[in-house]
Design a protein around this ligand. Structure first.
Ligand code: PLP
Ligand code: ZN
Length: 391
C-alpha cells in the first residue's frame, strides 16, 4: 500500500474528519488539523529496512505521507538531504556528536520544498484548481516551483522587503507575485480573502494539514540516518513552527511503530531578538503567544509575529524538556560565516541561528559532551546573498 493515511484529527478536541476531501483548519475548534495513519496495520505489513533500498527523496516514506495514488505526487526530488557530522565545530564546542542536517540542498534551496511538495501533491489528488500563499519568502519560492511543476496557477503574497531571491524565483517559475506593505500576518489576511473570492486553495502554514506531513520526513530521515535512533537534541530556527511540529509528529509515529525506541529529542526553538513571540510565551509560562509588534530581523523566515500553531509549539517545547532562545541579527550573520568557513555548508541566517542558540545551551550546561545534537539548517546562503559582503 502506498499511504496508510486513515483520517484527519483536530489538534484540540481530537474530533475526526475524512482525509479524502479538501480541508483547512478544524470545523470544531478552528485549530490545526493533523493527518493520522493506520500505524498498527503499517507495523504488521512493512519492515523499516525497506526504506534503505528506495530512492533517496522524501517519498521513500510514502506509507507515512498523505497521497494515496503515486500518480498524484508532484515532486522535484525533495528530501534525502545529508546529515553531516561536523568536524571543526564539534571540536571547538567539545561535542562528540554534533551534526548539521543540511536542508539547503532541497529544490528551491530550503526545507520548504518538503512541506510544499506534500501539500501540493495532496491538493492535486483532491482536485484543487489553484493556490494562494502568504509567505515570508522561501515558502512562496517553493510553492511557485511546485505549482509550475503541477500545472496549477498560484498567487503568492510576501512582504515588500522579502529577499530578492524569493521574488525572482517566484517570477521565474510563473507565479503571480504580490508584494504586501506589511508582514506575513498581513499577507495571510489577503491570501485567505483572495482564496475565498477566487475559489483557490490557501496554503498558509498549518492552516491546511499536509505541509507538516512533508516537514515530518526530516524526522524520519534523521532517525534512519542515525541508524534508527532518535537524536538527543534538535536545535531549530522557529517561525511558524511547521518544522518542530512536523518532526515531533514524525518521531511519535516512529515510536508508535516501534521502529525506534527511547524518547522524543529535546526541541530547542531559536528565534530572532526582533521577533520572538514563542520565547516570550515560553519564558512567561503561557500556553499561547501574543502578536509580536514591529517584528524585524534579517532572517526573513523567523519574521512570523503571530504563529497560528503557537499552542502546539509551546506544548512540544515543554513536554520534551526543550526551551526557547533568542539571538541577534549580528550573531546570526557572524555564525553564517563561521559555519560556512568551518564546515563548508553555505548556510542561511535562520540555520546559522542554531549555532548561536547551541552556544547559549552549552553556557547554561543544558547539553552534555556525548549527546547527539542536530543543528537544523533550513536553507542555503544562496537565498540571502545580500547578507554576504563581497570583500
Ligand atoms: C529558511 C527558513 N528557516 C526557518 C523558517 C521557519 O520555519 P517554521 O515554519 O518551520 O518554523 C522559515 C520559514 O519561512 C525559513 O524560510
Ligand atoms: Zn476540535
Amino acid at each position: 500500500m502506498y499511504s496508510y493515511i486513515s483520517h484527519l484529527e483536530c489538534s484540540v478536541c481530537e474530533k475526526e474528519f475524512p482525509h479524502d476531501q479538501i480541508s483547512s483548519i478544524s470545523e470544531c475548534c478552528a485549530k490545526v488539523l493533523f493527518a493520522r495513519y493506520d500505524l498498527q496495520k503499517l507495523k504488521k505489513e512493512v519492515n523499516k529496512n525497506v526504506y534503505a533500498s528506495r530512492e533517496s527523496n522524501m517519498w521513500r516514506f510514502s506509507e507515512l505521507l498523505p497521497v494515496t495514488d503515486p500518480a498524484n505526487v508532484v515532486t522535484l526530488g525533495e528530501g534525502g538531504t545529508p546529515l553531516l557530522r561536523t568536524t571543526d565545530l564539534g571540536k571547538k564546542l567539545n561535542l562528540n556528536n554534533l551534526y548539521i542536517k543540511d536542508e539547503g540542498l532541497n529544490p528551491t534551496g530550503t526545507f520548504k520544498a518538503r512541506g510544499i511538495g506534500a501539500a501540493v501533491s495532496k491538493a492535486n489528488e483532491l482536485g484543487v484548481k489553484g493556490f494562494t500563499m502568504p509567505s515570508a519568502g522561501n515558502a512562496a519560492g517553493a510553492v511557485a516551483a511546485y505549482a509550475a511543476r503541477s500545472g496549477h496557477p498560484v498567487k503568492v503574497y510576501m512582504p515588500q522587503d522579502a529577499p530578492s531571491a524569493n521574488k525572482k524565483e517566484s517570477l521565474l517559475t510563473g507565479a503571480e507575485l504580490n508584494l504586501v506593505d506589511g508582514l506575513i500576518s498581513d499577507a495571510g489576511r489577503i491570501s485567505s480573502q483572495v482564496a475565498k473570492e477566487e475559489n483557490l486553495f490557501d496554503l498558509s502554514t498549518l492552516k491546511e494539514p499536509y505541509r507538516a506531513e512533508g516537514k515530518k520526513t526530516m524526522a524520519l530521515e534523521l532517525a534512519q540516518q542515525l541508524g534508527w535512533k532518535i537524536p538527543d537534541v534538535i536545535v531549530y530556527p522557529t517561525g511558524g513552527g511547521t518544522g518542530i511540529i512536523g518532526m515531533h509528529k514524525g518521531f511519535n509515529e516512529l515510536l508508535e511503530l516501534g521502529w525506534v525506541t527511547g524518547k522524543q529529542p529535546r526541541f530547542i526553538a531559536v528565534q530572532a531578538e526582533g521577533c520572538q513571540p514563542i520565547v516570550k510565551a515560553f519564558n512567561e509560562g503561557a500556553d499561547s503567544s501574543e502578536m509580536w509588534t514591529n517584528a524585524a530581523t534579517v532572517a526573513d523566515g523567523l519574521r512570523v509575529p503571530g504563529p497560528f500553531a503557537d499552542y502546539v509549539i509551546l506544548k512540544i517545547l515543554r513536554e520534551t524538556g526543550g526551551t526557547a532562545l533568542s539571538v541577534t541579527d549580528k550573531e546570526m550573520v557572524d555564525a553564517m560565516y563561521e559555519i560556512s568557513s568551518d564546515e563548508g555548508v553555505v548556510i542561511c541566517p535562520e540555520g546559522a541561528a542554531t549555532l548561536v542558540g547551541l552556544r547559549q545551551l552549552l553556557d547554561k550546561g543544558l547539553v552534555s559532551q556525548d549527546e547527539t545534537v542536530i543543528l537544523l539548517n533550513t536553507g542555503s546562503a544562496y537565498k540571502y546573498l545580500e547578507l554576504v559582503s563581497e570583500k
